[in-house]
Design a protein around this ligand. Structure first.
Ligand code: GLC
Length: 464
């Protein structure tokens, strides 16, 4: 690992303070979860995840048969008996989850996260712990999709992530845990049984919780008294000692989550984090017909903005009831994958920095003695002065090898950028050859020495 962590005790702050310090749009969910020394994984056990950078998320379940998003059952107050009938409509045509794995590979993803059971309670595996036997093995397709998915992922060399919603709308106790404690206890028992099934049977690398808030109120962290997430995650880790766990169970987790399609700007985020969002509009995570696919350039810039700020990028697809995605989605997946096949060296297994990003203009990643500048606005970049970082730039070139001019500037009067002002007009200016403005113009810098970036560890004290 090249990013050096200082010996100092972690700085304490809230999510709001972090945002303000970094001037960032980042929005971490579920901060302030319980702490537990014993559950903390050493940094080296999380490095593989940071190195992966790109993941694919899949929301698929009974709701995919309706096409109104994964909240349809609750939003439309569909009675259980009607909702259950949807099982007959699932995967009636030829389909295998390995098709999702093939899409993830085409996208350039190194890990996947599949929804194994959403808030509707329908488990996509053969789950003895499911309340009422509400599973894809017992009903409709009579298949264990999680097993098929996990096998396919492993075969392709992708890390296996499992999304699991602790809560389940079928239990009245979810909405009134104090008034209906027996029902709430049944829901909790189901959660413990199913988490154990998932961890013992499918050997996941990532456990991605959601929905630990109670009665749709408060936050996942505020419901920790109910779920006892330390106990729950010790159970998970008893099966998978190196499992990476997100923060949404009410325990603080191994990494933080920023959810949704909002832009990411501001400084490099000094904690492990992941942005999860949809490849389509983001109006829902589950299937919606004619959901517009995001623009290619916009997606690339989003990825670059995330990775240059130290994050992983987890991108969701919502296949239809037969597990398929549209040609438009497939095309976009392929285009992003093509980009990553060409420029992935500047993304995978890199560290954010050493230069702090300038919103809308550029950001950087590095590995060893190589720095990749990701330039989002070539015209604005001409005015940028790269600050001195105590490591000399020996060579600068575009990805295709065309040389980039290196000029050391001392007190240039004509550079009006914010970066220049901060550096008292001292720094390095790079002169790009004539390049077409694309989604991301990459300049490769060969440095004299291995690049290091000092990072300060942050500990969140609570509020989001
Ligand atoms: C939100 C949505 C939920 C979805 C999740 C994905 O929590 O409510 O339906 O599964 O985001 O991160």
């Amino acid at each position: 690992m090249e990013a050096q962590t200082s010996e100092k005790a972690p700085r304490q702050m809230t999510g709001a303070e972090l945002k303000s310090m970094l001037k960032s749009s980042i929005n971490f969910k579920s901060l302030g979860g319980m702490r537990c020394e014993e559950l903390n994984l050493p940094a080296k056990e999380k490095q593989w995840w940071t190195d992966c950078k790109i993941g694919m998320f899949v929301h698929w379940g009974l709701y995919s048969a309706l096409g109104h998003g994964e909240w349809a059952k609750f939003n439309e107050q569909i009675p259980d008996e009607d909702y259950e009938k949807l099982a007959k409509e699932l995967a009636t045509e030829e389909f295998h989850p390995k098709e999702w794995v093939a899409l993830a590979e085409d996208f350039g993803a190194k890990y996947m996260v599949m929804v194994t059971r959403h808030h509707d309670g329908f488990a996509l595996w053969d789950s003895p712990g499911s309340y009422g036997g509400f599973t894809s093995k017992n009903m409709g397709p009579h298949r264990d999709f999680v097993q098929e998915y996990a096998d396919a992922c492993r075969k392709a060399g992708l890390h296996v992530g499992l999304y699991y919603s602790t809560m389940d709308w079928r239990f009245p106790g979810y909405f009134d845990p104090l008034g209906q404690p027996e029902s709430a206890a049944q829901m909790k028992a189901q959660c413990y049984a199913q988490v154990e099934e998932l961890c013992s049977r499918f050997a996941p690398d990532i456990l991605w919780y959601d929905g630990s808030w109670l009665a749709h109120e408060g936050s996942d962290a505020s419901a920790a008294w109910f779920w006892e997430p330390v106990k729950l995650n010790k159970l998970a880790r008893s099966w998978r000692p190196k499992l990476l766990i997100n923060p949404r169970s009410g325990w603080e987790g191994d990494f933080y989550c920023d959810e949704g399609s909002h832009e990411i700007d501001g400084g490099i985020v000094p904690v492990l984090w992941e942005k999860n969002m949809c490849i389509c509009s983001g109006c829902s995570w589950g299937y919606m017909e004619n959901d517009p696919v995001s623009d290619f350039d916009w997606l690339i810039r989003m990825m670059v903005n995330v990775v240059c700020r130290g994050g992983n990028w987890l991108v969701n697809i919502g296949p239809d009831k037969n597990g398929k995605v549209s040609e438009e989605i497939k095309t976009r997946i392929h285009e992003v994958g093509e980009w990553l096949r060409t420029y992935g060296e500047s993304i995978y297994e890199t560290t954010a920095g050493p230069y702090e990003p300038v919103d809308g203009v550029y950001g950087s990643t590095f590995r060893g003695d190589t720095v990749y500048l990701h330039i989002l606005d070539t015209e604005a970049f001409e005015k940028v002065l790269l600050p001195e970082i105590g490591n000399e730039i020996m060579e600068a070139a575009l990805y295709d090898g065309r040389p980039v001019g290196i000029f050391r500037e001392e007190g240039m009067p004509d550079v009006g950028s914010a970066a220049a002002a901060e550096n008292g007009d001292r720094g390095i200016r790079l002169a790009l050859p004539d390049v077409m403005q694309g989604a991301d113009t990459i300049v490769v810098l060969k440095m004299k020495d291995t690049v290091c970036r000092e990072t300060e560890e942050i500990h969140f004290t609570g509020k989001e």
